[in-house]
Design a protein around this ligand. Structure first.
Ligand SMILES: [Ca+2]
Ligand SMILES: [Ca+2]
Ligand SMILES: [Ca+2]
Ligand SMILES: [Ca+2]
Length: 545
């Protein structure tokens, strides 16, 4: 009976703090009285009824908790099952039987590559998917790149793999940064350049594993001759690819799915023969280079592409490199006109690509997203060549700068220390630390990524330089590119491996450098800087259905 007033009080609006205290006092009194009643009478007092209600409530609460736990357990079990399902898309780590293509990927992308594996297996290329995580926990090595290389060597020996598809941009898949002697004071005459040739040149001529560090100083593929005299090829790498590698420069699941779609569509396209003979040759109009590069393209056209439908785009933009002409305009006016001209040139190039071009070659100046005054990455999205995907060779500098260039650009070293790089005023007073294999923070995206994995349109393969290329050496590689194609090398990786081998066959480099000469270093280094972006097993003539 005496409950009522207190509930009434409790429900009263605007109850003061004093009232709260009063309430608290009366509640305590109530409990005391209720307990006393129970103890004294043991009869059906309202308090007991309340306790039973409380027990029932407790029961209900326990039941709800049990249900909730059951639900959580079920969700956990389902997640575990899903994980196991994804796990089954990766093959067991140890090589068994013969295998043509090994796809190495971070675990997160493994399931997305299953359609590609099925497609390859169904079209005559025996394929396995291996995760980086499995490699890291099953192979020895000083770092991630070396572990991957030991795995590749194991697969070459046990399964005779021909191709390795490395799935991941520089934020996902390890890069081997090699050390080059470059005369730059702030960088302590040291530069680190990524190369995937490291993953292809697995063995020394005697068949033993080549760690690319013969002097065992934990710097890989060292080259000297720009400021230091003595041996050029310090770590004595033999540079003959034992397998063909290509990198798929993906950072996201979307990009993986997209590139897989592109490969399958390209290889299954029955109409490919209608455009595969169309070749687009482009050259710069910079007078300091155009003579050499136009001659290079003309030689390629005359000697190698007689049976192809060649379009030469050499005359684009001619006037912009005319020094007399540039003197007529202010810098601002000049840049405005150039921008307009690039739009015109890009529209012409896109028009050709939309109609169908098997192979494109560009020789001239370049940087991360530019063919100088001719094309930029921003025009790739306007392409409409969904069923006319192309393969591009770019002889210009840095259009494949898909990863950082330590110690000039910012990078993280093997100890996890962040460096802002000499481009941002860092000065090294001793040899800079080896870069970490995976660069999560400093991962620029270049024309190579844009053409291959940004859009459904564009290219299915891109050959380009991670940093500066040098005229003469790059034109040799341009020639080798087309020579590989007309000689009938069936897949992108075969073309890449041919280019590397043929290059060293035709060039002569001394073992020792007696007078510092940067061109020797650059020439010897040239094919290391050239990356293939794409599936190395991609058959350029497609597959028969
Ligand atoms: Ca080798
Ligand atoms: Ca070394
Ligand atoms: Ca990326
Ligand atoms: Ca990148």
């Amino acid at each position: 009976m005496f409950f009522i007033p207190f509930y009434a009080l409790n429900e009263a609006k605007g109850m003061s703090i004093k009232m709260n205290k009063l309430h608290s006092f009366f509640t305590k009194l109530l409990i005391f009285l209720a307990l006393a009643t129970v103890l004294l009478s043991g009869c059906d007092a309202p308090a007991i009824e309340t306790s039973q209600e409380q027990i029932l409530e407790e029961d209900e609460k326990l039941k709800e908790e049990a249900l909730e736990k059951e639900k959580l357990d079920k969700e956990l079990m389902e997640a575990q099952q899903a994980k196991e399902t994804i796990n089954t898309s990766a093959d067991t780590i140890k090589p068994e039987g013969s295998c043509d293509l090994i796809i190495i990927t971070p675990f997160e992308f493994a399931a997305l590559l299953m359609p590609l594996k099925d497609h390859k297996n169904n079209t005559g290329i025996v394929t396995k998917i291996i995760t980086l995580e499995d490699i890291y926990s099953n192979y020895q090595g000083r770092d991630e790149a070396e572990k991957v290389k030991y795995c590749l060597a194991d697969y070459k020996k046990a399964s005779n793999i021909k191709y390795a598809m490395l799935v991941g941009d520089s934020d996902k898949f390890p890069i081997r940064f090699t050390k080059t002697d470059r005369a730059t004071e702030a960088a302590y005459d040291t530069a680190f350049y990524g190369t995937d040739l490291y993953y292809a040149d697995l063995f020394k001529p005697d068949g033993s594993f080549d760690d690319w560090d013969s002097n065992k100083n934990d710097f890989f593929g060292e080259l000297a001759g720009e400021s230091i005299t003595g041996p050029l090829n310090v770590d004595k790498v033999d540079l003959t690819p034992d397998i063909a590698v290509g990198r798929t420069p993906v950072s996201t699941a979307d990009e993986v799915e997209r590139y897989v779609r592109k490969i399958i569509a390209y290889e299954q396209d029955n109409t490919k023969s209608s455009y595969m003979d169309n070749v687009l040759l482009i050259s710069t109009q910079d007078p300091s280079l155009s003579e050499l590069f136009c001659a290079n393209q003309n030689e390629v056209a005359a000697k190698l592409l007689k049976d192809k439908n060649i379009t030469k785009l050499y005359d684009l933009d001619k006037e912009f490199f005319n020094s007399e002409w540039t003197q007529k305009y202010s810098k601002e006016e000049y840049e405005k006109i150039i921008t307009g001209k690039v739009k015109e040139n890009a529209a012409i190039i896109n028009d050709y690509l939309d109609k169908g071009i098997g192979f494109v070659s560009y020789m001239g100046h370049g940087n991360m997203d530019v063919w100088a005054n001719i094309y930029t990455s921003e025009f790739v999205s306007s392409l409409n060549n969904l069923n006319r995907l192309t393969v591009i060779f770019t002889g210009g500098c840095g259009t494949a700068e898909f990863a950082t260039l330590p110690p000039y650009s910012a990078y993280t070293d093997i100890n996890g220390v962040y460096h802002q790089g000499t481009n941002n005023d860092e000065i090294f007073t001793q040899t800079p630390q080896q870069p970490a294999c995976i660069q999560q923070e400093n991962n620029p995206d270049s024309m190579a990524e844009v053409f291959t994995v940004y859009y459904d349109v564009g290219a299915v393969g891109y050959f380009g330089f991670i940093t500066g290329s040098q005229s003469g050496f790059n034109s040799t590689l341009n020639y080798c590119f087309f020579e590989a194609i007309v000689n009938g090398h069936p897949a992108l990786g075969d073309i890449w491996a041919y280019m590397v081998e043929k290059y060293y066959e035709t060039q002569n480099f001394p073992e020792m450098v007696s007078t510092p000469d940067w061109t020797l270093v650059a020439g010897f280094h040239q094919p290391w800087k050239l990356f293939l972006f794409g599936d190395p097993s991609l058959r350029i003539n497609g597959v028969k259905k």
